[in-house]
Ligand binder design. Sequence first.
Ligand code: ADP
Ligand code: ASP
Ligand code: MG
Length: 581
Amino acid sequence: MSIIVQKFGGTSVADSEKILAAARKAIRTQKKGHQVVMVVSAMGKNTDELVRLAREITEEPAAREMDMLLSTGEQVSVALMAMAIHSLGHQAVSLTGAQIGIKTDSSHTKARIQSIETDRMRAVLDAGKIVIAAGFQGIDEDFNITTLGRGGSDTTAVALAAVLGADACEIYTDVDGVYTTDPRVLPEARHVARISYDEMLELASVGAGVMHSRSIEFAKRFSVPVHVRSSFSDTPGTMIVADPEAPDQPVCGAAMLKNEARVTVLGVPDRPGAAITVFSKIAAMNVTMDMIVQNVGADDLPATLKAVEDATRELGAEGFNCDGEVSKISVVGMGMATQTGVADRMFRALAEKGINILMISTSQIKISVLVTRDVAPEALRTVHEIFGLETEPASLEAGGGDGPTEPHQAAAAANAVASIQGMEDLVIDEITLDASDARITLAGVPDRPGLAARVFEEIAAGGIVVDMIVQSIGWEGHANISFTVPRKDLDKCIALTTELASRLGCSAPTSSAAVAKLSVSGIGMRSHTGVARRMFSSLAEVGINVEMISTSEVRVNVVVDAAQGEKALAVLKKEFTDVTV
Ligand code: ADP
Ligand code: ASP
Ligand code: MG
């Protein structure tokens, strides 16, 4: 019999009326002949309230006790949901994470799922009852209660769908699907009928809070089609599946991470192993970071500063500074991997609004810029508009892709699940070397709005395709911009940028005629903070210097000297053999 997993978020179970409405939805689904597993979040803002209570007692609650506390929110709602179903004359059994057998590691408040038992759930389902699973929680090998990180009920839902080989995983929430950006921030955001795993993964990791990004990693790994829809209406929602809605569209969505902090380590000696000193200390604190000039979540700032202070001392760097009032604006889209002129359009649009870009980092399908927090909403609106996100892409076929009738392979994937030990372990599927690029660096460019737009427009006008871009702040009021271009275009690009540099009043560009770009791609790249550290330390050990770095949710790229390319490839392949599929 087919299994459907239905997840109800906090607002969807905020009071008894809503709990009863959710119960009716599950019963209707069961009446259509499906077995139903409900995954339920804590009621309304209950988790926030519990966090607040803990903080009233102490500034630094023990993580284990935090999990003990936070898990109670979901325990309340599963019990009430079971009662609701009983009251409507149907049968249901509520289960905590521990009762289901959701085994996690012991990293309290951000635990990762290792395995899930299915026997008990199947027995309940086969007895004709609805399973009501507590979201967001699990148990470690010592029977301690763990939680999966804020928003983690999505991850519980997709993981259960994966192990049960469910036919559908429906995420009921307070919006009727995924939009081109948060509709609460920009009312002109457009509802999308379909989005690919990779796009959703990147969007979730750069601020689209509608889905927990780790849930999308599961969905991708086990081919679970995810249907995001409204608890309060019957509109079709959004399908998150393998293929994008409009593959040629350069940008499918934009997002904002409002509370970011920027930490700059100044005068780091440019030698192999310098980056690893900084990154390993930050990774040890379990802080996720974007790299080059690390840009960390403002909440993680105290821990990061401590790590950076240690690293600065150890490296003999000049010092460091930080800015806790910045936001990150990102655009994501499959199409940008194969199209030019996406980045410079974004930079130009921001420049025209007088918005200064503090940092840039690009990956295959994502461009992120850092701006001061006061202009962040305006920056989001600007990029949303320049890429025409409020209007439906022209290439979209009529009615393409919504509704739960999408083809899926979840059942087949479930067989694979049984053989996987750590369900949320890091998985690397590809390590590649691309030695066809050259690097150009413009250092000490006077930093003002429009700088990046100018640089990349002129290069685009010269018909040169830019791949990776990294811009960071150098000394006060000056920026460093590095980017890679095809080697055949290097001379032309040097001529162009030399001329540009003299107009901008900065020194001539430096370049490296032959660089090698190494990409490590897979699942869990960013949330496993150790990936970058392992890359740097293994390269540093053999004396290979990293010239540029960029990261995304699915890939970490590093640029090294071309002569070292093959060696670096071999080193990385060896380093990651244990997690490569
Ligand atoms: P739940 O409690 O159901 O898990 P969340 O609050 O976690 O709900 O997620 C839903 C919210 O996500 C929406 O209310 C919306 O404000 C926000 N959101 C952020 N980005 C997006 C987006 N791109 N599309 C839709 N909603 C978004
Ligand atoms: N209740 C938890 C939270 O608020 C988990 C969730 O809702 O997904 O973060
Ligand atoms: Mg949520």
